[in-house]
Design a protein around this ligand. Sequence first.
Ligand SMILES: [Zn+2]
Length: 189
Amino acid sequence: MKFKTGLALAIILFITAIGFALGCGQSSASSQKETTAVNAEPVKMEIAADPSGDEVFNGVKIKRTDAEWKKLLTPAQYNILREEGTDYPFKSQYHDNHEDGDYYCAACHLKVFSSANKFDSGTGWPSFWQPVNAKNVVEREDRSLGDVRTEVECARCGSHLGHVFDDGPKPTGLRYCINGTALKFEKAK
Ligand SMILES: [Zn+2]
């Protein structure tokens, strides 16, 4: 009888551990305490699995369900990043940010733009003349508003960042018009 109770307890703990592993995203240190008895290793988060991959996209894509993204992102971030929404001009963060540093995808923390390539476009959206690395973004045709535009996505998680136009400054002549809500700025150290 004792054995059966122990087994049942182990199964419950195991299921709990799987639940945390699948539902992870944000740190939940307090709730993980219960699982350490059966799972001595801390639950590894997918995003933190390869921090070196935040610099240049290493080809390992992040795929999540809509439900998972909804848990991880604020409603505004979800709308921009996952539903291809657009910030109101001059309303979002960073369009007027002149500090030195890097801009990361707000969904998966891949570095996508740098202050070194930022310029004042006057449009009200953070604007860059090139991404931090061509591998870190994907550009695809977007016909959603009638005319053809080029959408810019994060290469790692496929989240929508903004659009690229060909009326930018030298040396590329490109204007990456990016939603501030899709970015997370980190000051240069
Ligand atoms: Zn991303």
